[in-house]
Ligand binder design. Structure first.
Ligand SMILES: Cc1cc2nc3c(=O)[nH]c(=O)nc-3n(C[C@H](O)[C@H](O)[C@H](O)COP(=O)(O)O)c2cc1C
Length: 409
């Protein structure tokens, strides 16, 4: 049965489809919360639109080294929610990026941090045993040799708290929406967001974690299906890649039935038909990552975009070899040869730090075979490189048509 809250969304959809809206032309710059009696009919208005001031129930996922302020602004201007990735961005640069978004759009946007335990209190590299370090370096040095890089045997550097200073910038800049991946907010963090007048959205990959997020008081929960590109949204590393990897078709209705706050579906989603399906599963919208990597505004390297367009849905795998946390990536020589080596991986983030030279050189050489190309199973649906705003508009238009056709006698 469709839960009550979502039945309300469907009723609103009914009103929209009754006027047979098939295309969205709403690209204006009206401020947040502009929907109302005079709002255009060719939109899907759900609970998250009212709550967050959006025209369309579409979130663009935060993605480091993919999403720029320009991409965030393009999505927000088109009526969706652009989300800026904040983790790993030096705080002064994060502040500049937030200000740049504000020069490009007056619409709501979000800034994301990963609240994973080991982002806030990273493991001390001194705790890594020499034999583990040697085994990891052994595999990485094979990749270095291929790229013409010198072998390395160094311990990764000690890293600071990656969350505290960035969170302070987000509060000071009074960003409209704080987005959380891989963690849950503390009561103090929630209180500070409320004090700054901010809404909070957070992502979970399991029902149990979604309940933790609801208890923490977040406004919206993103249900991340196992199809999703990038890291599994868990706050501690799970025992294997098979944990926290429930498909969205199963996860979304479970979470939607269990929590009172709106739920947004994520994982392999890139089309309007999938948005319509997500609404039918009880979601109030979709959160799309991989779809936005293959856009004109995305700052991902060209080889990465090309690889996405060429891949089919079977071209991805879950691996912890790139960062120490499980993530879905396009299979390449790094992911496959690391797995075949049976070498251990270092704790979260240290694994990534140890391979920084490999990633940078792969990018410089335009080679995707040793570069982390995070991607979801929706790769098989991507065949062109549109502008980000057109993605928002076409996904909404297709969803409206799909729903209208489902209702036809
Ligand atoms: C390249 C890439 C980078 C990502 N980085 C982040 C991030 O910094 N923070 C976050 O909360 N989620 C991140 N994610 C996960 C997304 O929020 C989302 O769960 C995922 O993209 C949805 O699946 P899809 O890519 O199949 O659409 C990333 C995903 C990708 C593909």
């Amino acid at each position: 049965m469709v839960p009550d809250l979502n039945r309300r969304d469907i009723v609103k959809l009914g009103a929209v489809t009754a006027v047979s809206a098939v295309a969205c032309s709403s690209t204006g710059t009206t401020g947040a919360g502009s929907q109302g009696p005079s709002a255009p009919q060719n939109q899907l208005r759900t609970r998250i639109c009212d709550l967050l001031g959006l025209r369309h129930p579409i979130f663009q996922a935060p993605m480091a080294k993919v999403v720029s302020p320009a991409l965030v602004a393009a999505v927000s201007e088109a009526g969706g929610l652009g989300i800026l990735p904040g983790i790993g961005v030096p705080p002064p640069m994060l502040r500049e990026q937030i200000r740049e978004i504000r020069t490009r759009t007056q619409r709501p946007f979000a800034v994301n941090l990963l609240l994973h335990e080991q982002m806030q209190a990273p493991v001390d590299p001194a705790q890594v045993t020499q034999s583990t370090l040697d085994a990891v370096s052994g595999v990485l040095n094979r990749f270095r040799a291929e790229l013409g890089l010198p072998a390395k045997h160094d311990r990764p550097p000690k890293i600071p708290d990656l969350v505290g200073p960035s969170f302070a910038v987000i509060l000071e800049e009074r960003v409209p929406i704080f987005s959380i991946g891989l963690g849950h907010p503390t009561p103090e963090q929630m209180e500070r967001c409320r004090g700054a007048g901010m809404k909070v959205i957070a992502m979970a990959a399991t029902l149990a974690d979604a309940k933790v997020l609801e208890a923490a008081g977040v406004d919206v929960i993103v249900a991340q299906g196992g199809e999703a590109g990038g890291h599994r949204s868990t706050w501690v590393k799970r025992p294997s890649h098979e944990h926290a990897a429930v498909g969205a078709m199963v996860l979304v209705p479970q979470i939607a039935a269990a929590v009172k706050v709106p739920v947004v579906a994520a994982g392999g989603i890139g089309t309007g038909r999938q948005l319509a399906a997500a609404l039918a599963l009880g979601a109030s919208g979709v959160h799309m990552g991989t779809r936005f990597i293959a856009t004109q505004e995305s700052i991902a390297p060209d080889f990465y975009k090309r690889a996405l367009l060429d891949a089919d849905g079977d071209g991805t795998r879950l691996t912890d070899a790139f960062t120490g946390m499980y993530a879905r990536v396009l299979r390449n020589r790094f992911s496959e040869e690391y797995a075949a080596s049976s070498a251990p991986v270092l704790p979260p983030v240290l694994q990534q730090l140890l391979a920084t030279d490999i990633t940078a050189t792969s990018e410089k050489q335009g080679r995707g075979d040793f570069y982390p190309m995070y991607a979801g199973q929706g790769t098989g649906l991507l065949r062109e490189l549109p502008a980000a705003g057109d993605v928002v508009r076409s996904v909404v238009a297709e969803a409206i048509t799909t729903i209208a056709n489902l209702r036809a006698p």
